[in-house]
Write a protein that binds this ligand. Structure first.
Ligand code: KIV
Length: 283
């Protein structure tokens, strides 16, 4: 192949993906969508998939869920700042349009001062536009110190995966009037402290609806019904790559693992039978 042909092929490959937008999505863009258009968010942990999602969804979360789906751990608790920074830098290399959120790992925001020190590192070393922390009203002072210092916060309430060990499992919230009232208090306290977005996980739809109506900032739901201002899913769940378990709220939009297994089987058969490489794939 001559070098001109090689260049044309590369251009062709790059232009297959036509992003919906060529603008950078900011937190202001997301705020402006409340009540107008639902926000789409997915997780990503590397440049390859970030590039695939970029320009399509408005937001990408570098979630500590990577500890489970990609590192094979039981829960998210052992994710570290170094790992999260490394993966966020990779996502930043691939995504130039989406609004990128960094998930603060367990233990990295134990006090407001620790949170500030670690979040400053996130802003200094990655392109993330916001950090996400789990917690209700007890984290309001943490949200405040971050937002007072120019760091945007996504406040994650409801079912909080980092609490799985202390709570003895993943517990759906909002099942009683008292719990709904407590979730509303959380959302309002976090909003008053400066949270840019409230992420609501594992909450009955009525509770999520009330939270969404109570706050002026956008809410993003996961396992929280369809009344929130946006939705987020973990990509390996939604595309059928993570098969260890499937929470009820996960919809599989394709059967990734099945397709990979089928492709792999075909490859193995073709190598064993010497059908691959054929003439088309040989210099
Ligand atoms: O880590 C993650 O992917 C998350 C989502 C489940 C919201 O926190």
């Amino acid at each position: 192949m001559n070098s001109g042909q090689g260049k044309r092929n590369r251009f062709y490959i790059m232009s297959i993906h036509t992003p919906k937008t060529d603008k950078k999505i900011t937190l202001g863009t997301i705020a402006g969508m409340k009540g107008i258009e639902p926000v789409t968010m997915v997780t990503a942990y590397d440049a390859l998939f970030a590039q695939l999602f970029d320009g399509e969804v408005e937001m990408i979360l570098v979630g500590d869920s990577l500890n489970m789906s990609f590192l094979g751990k039981e829960d998210t608790l052992s994710a570290t700042m170094d790992q999260m920074i490394y993966h966020t830098q990779a996502v930043c290399n691939g995504a130039k349009h989406a609004c990128i959120v960094f998930d603060m790992p367990f233990g990295s925001y134990i006090t407001p001062e620790t949170a500030l020190r670690n979040a400053v590192r996130v802003y200094a070393q990655t392109c993330a536009q916001a950090v996400k922390i789990e917690g209700g009203k007890e984290k309001a002072s943490t949200v405040k110190i971050l937002s007072d210092n120019g760091i945007a916060v996504v406040a994650h309430i409801g079912l909080m995966p980092q609490h799985v060990r202390s709570e003895g499992g993943y517990k759906v919230r909002g099942k009683s009037e008292a719990d709904i009232a407590s979730l509303l208090e959380d959302a309002l306290a976090l909003e008053a402290a400066g949270a840019a977005i409230i992420l609501v996980e594992g909450v009955l739809p009525e509770a999520a609806k009330q939270i969404t109506e109570a706050v002026k900032v956008p809410t993003i739901g996961i396992g929280a019904g369809n009344a929130t201002d946006g939705q987020v899913l973990v990509w390996s769940d939604m595309f059928g790559f993570f098969e260890a378990f499937k929470p009820k709220f996960v919809k599989r939009y394709c059967q990734g693992a099945k397709e990979v297994r089928e492709g792999l089987e075909q490859y193995i058969n073709e190598v064993k039978s010497r059908a691959f490489p054929d003439g088309e794939h040989t210099y």
